[in-house]
Design a protein around this ligand. Sequence first.
Ligand SMILES: C[S@@+](CC[C@H](N)C(=O)[O-])C[C@H]1O[C@@H](n2cnc3c(N)ncnc32)[C@H](O)[C@@H]1O
Length: 220
Amino acid sequence: MQGSDEDLSSWFDRHKEAIERSYLVGDDPYLQSGWASTPERWLWARRVILKAVPHSGSFFDIGCANGLLLECLVQWANEQGVRLEPHGIDFSEALVELARTRLPAFADNLAVANAHDWQPQRAFDYVHTLLEYVPEALQQEYLDRLLRQAVLGGGRLIVSSYSSRRTGRAALDVASRLGSLGFRVEGDALSHDEDGWVLTHTTWLGKSSVTPFGITGPML
Ligand SMILES: C[S@@+](CC[C@H](N)C(=O)[O-])C[C@H]1O[C@@H](n2cnc3c(N)ncnc32)[C@H](O)[C@@H]1O
């Protein structure tokens, strides 16, 4: 992809349109979070994210869609005695509206913003993202900025990749990708289908995983 502002803006527009076309076709809360399989497999595919969440704190989901992941993580963590305060952004106004309805007590924690130029007003214990929210050439800078500006000291930046059985798309080996971008990975976890197909690859970084490149300025 060429790097002009116009190219970048149309890249995001295309992604947002495609997501709204497929997520907003009906009332199914799973589809509204991009999940086209059963609730049982959703639990299996998403609960693994909690491996990166050892204690209570604030949890920020970048690309929160209709808020289903936040709602589920709060509940699953609670069952393990871990209390999470949910926060999120999404670049789709319609999805953020749904998320506010799903999590009314936390409506003020949910906002419309593009991950690429989101300016966090504070930092969080856990920040969760997918790499595909920004073009490949910008991913190193994106993660570097999140680690510096959005993650609290002692907190974690959690990066996941999901497969799609329907389209045959495999989950990315996120740990290797982050390593190749110069980050020191603190830990990672996988969830599998019974036949070994990787559903989710979740990896986490800490403040000290930040690259030596120092692209975006001082740590908070
Ligand atoms: C696969 S869903 C993820 C839902 C949930 N966070 C999860 O992990 O299950 C991706 C969401 O990210 C949002 N998204 C994609 N690119 C984004 C960007 N650049 N900024 C903000 N949101 C973005 C989409 O609108 C969509 O709701």
